[in-house]
Ligand binder design. Sequence first.
Ligand code: ZN
Length: 48
Amino acid sequence: MAEKAEKKKAEAYKPPKKLCPKCGRRMAIHSDRMACGYCSYTEWEKKG
Ligand SMILES: [Zn+2]
């Protein structure tokens, strides 16, 4: 059977939105961390 492989557009990488565990607001996503601009909560990217 000849199935056409659907072409998928390479979308720009969009990291999932993360909400601040402290105040519930949307966190700003940086390359190596996520930071809440409201309460200054910072979560570092886990590598391993
Ligand atoms: Zn916060």
